[in-house]
Every structure is written in structure tokens, then in C-alpha cells.
Design a protein around this ligand. Sequence first.
Ligand SMILES: [Zn+2]
Length: 344
Amino acid sequence: MIEFKGTYFDGRSSKAYAVSIQSDGQRIRIAGNADGLPLLFPLGKCRLTPPLGRTRRSILLPNGGRCDTADLRAFGKLESLKGDNRILRLVNFFESRWRLVVGCLAGLIACVWMFTAHGIPFAAKKVAYSLPPETMESVSERTLQALDDGFFKPSALSQKKADHLQNIFRQLIADVDSGFHYRLVLRSSPRAGPNAFALPSGIIVMTDELVKLAENDRELIAILVHETAHVENRHGLRMLFQNTGVFLLISVLAGDVASITSIAATLPTILVESGYSRQFEREADLAAGMILVGKGWGTRPLQTVLQRLSEKQPEFSGPAAMSTHPQTRKRISYLQDLEASLTR
Ligand SMILES: [Zn+2]
């Protein structure tokens, strides 16, 4: 039983009477201080006006009279009892609570954004740091194989030059080594041009084209240090897992390690075509910059080689590891700022 207040018009005059309206869902009773009241009608014979924003609602009575009410909540209950205006009621619900609807939508968008911007990278990092060394080794070997099959040619550098580079790399690794099995792999790649790639287990591939582009050993060391930072921070795996997003989360939750290995099949594409995120490049530049400043060279070797990379390979469109053009200027000024803050 519901009961609420309203105003009764008898349909013959414009006189309004304050009334009390009651309904048990079957009948409706209008009681008040006027001639002819109380009135009793089957609820099914009455018509309830459809909702329109937050205006008053009316019950059109079979005797030609009408009851108005501002008690929208009670009126809604009456409608539910009668089963009227379901869709309009729903529309009205959202219409009259648009702030709630907008709020819910904004909340939903925020949740999706938070999940994409923070949840997925967080999960990707967790998984990247939890992979056992054997998995990283096999992922890296397979990636190198795939790159050799489709992308690299054997290095054409002289044995003397190659030995020299291996020597430089060994000295460098002695400083940064933290348990990864670092290995310098030299390849030629007209397609990738001057470039370097870091594979998860510590394999660093450097192209002959890059060796030729560098003007001195310091520039090559600068790039190698930058690449080791990608390894140390597991950037390759994190990019890989971030790109796999939700699929990765499902695999991990299901404890499906096999699918992690199959996801890794896309690592060559990520390394060669999409490259790292700006955040990862910045982290690698930071690590490299600190080491270079520590050696007393300043960040200049990395700046000059980055500059030359961006000038000399405009035809190479894939924004791979070392060659994200629009970022070059920003990266150089970041390195300058870093050096200034470290040597102040
Ligand atoms: Zn990089």
C-alpha cells in the first residue's frame, strides 16, 4: 500500500482540492475534503502521465477528473505497481540523474585509463622481472634467430675492428655487469641502417652501419651503455608484455607459461619496428648519461651520435631502438640538463 499527497481536479471546474491518494496496486482511492470524495477506481482504469523531467505527474481518472502530485518518488512506485511507462521511466531515471550518469561514465573512463596507463605496465614489469634466466635466454636466442633470418646479414667488419669492439664491450661490461650474460653480436643490416638492439638475456646487436657512423669509440660506448640499460631494466620484455596487455594478464593468472613464450615471438617486430616507449628511452639515457659522466666524458658522446643518427637515416622510417627522430632534440637537451645537474 502506498499513500501520498496530491491535488484533485474534478474535470468540471478549475478548483483544486488537496487530497490523499492511496493504492494497493489494484485500486486507487482519492480521499479529501470535497464533494464526491472519497473516490475509488480500479488502478487499471486510470492513466498515469509519462515522466517528463522533474515536472509534476498526473493520474487521469475514469470520471474525467485528475490528480496531480509533486511526490515523484511515490508516483514512481504507483507506476511500478501498475506496470506503466517502463522504458520512459528508465529514460527519465537517467535524465533526472544525468550527473550520476556522467559521473559513472567518467569513473569508467578513469578506470580504463588507470588500468591501461598503470595496471598493464605494472603487470608487465612484474612478469618481466619474474621470468627465469633460462626463459630469457631462449626468448633471446629465438629473437636473434628470427632477426638473422629476415633482417641481418653477417658483419663485414674486419677481424681487427671486430676484436677491438669486443674488447671495448668486455671492459664496459666489467663495470655494469649484474648477472646478465652479456654478449656483443655484430651484424650488417642495410634495412635497419645504423642501429643497435638489446635482447632480454644481454645479447646486444650492433650493426656495421652504426660502427661506421660513429666517429670514435666513446660514441659507440655511449650507445652500448644505453643498450645495457635497456637490458638491466628489462625494457624489451616490458614492451613486449605491455603490448600484449590484457592477454598477458589472462595468461599469467592462468599460470600459462607456454603462452608467454609464444607472446615472445613478436619481440623482433617490437625491437625493429615499434621501438621502446619514450619513458624507457629516457630511463636508458639517464643510466647511460650517469655512467658517461662518471667516466669523466660527459654526455656529449651520446648526444653527438644521437644527432648524427637522426641526420643520417631520414630514409629509414622504422623508429627502431636508436633512431626515434622527433625525440632526438628532446633527448639531447635532456642529456645536457642531466650533465649540468650531475656536475654542478
Ligand atoms: Zn634505446
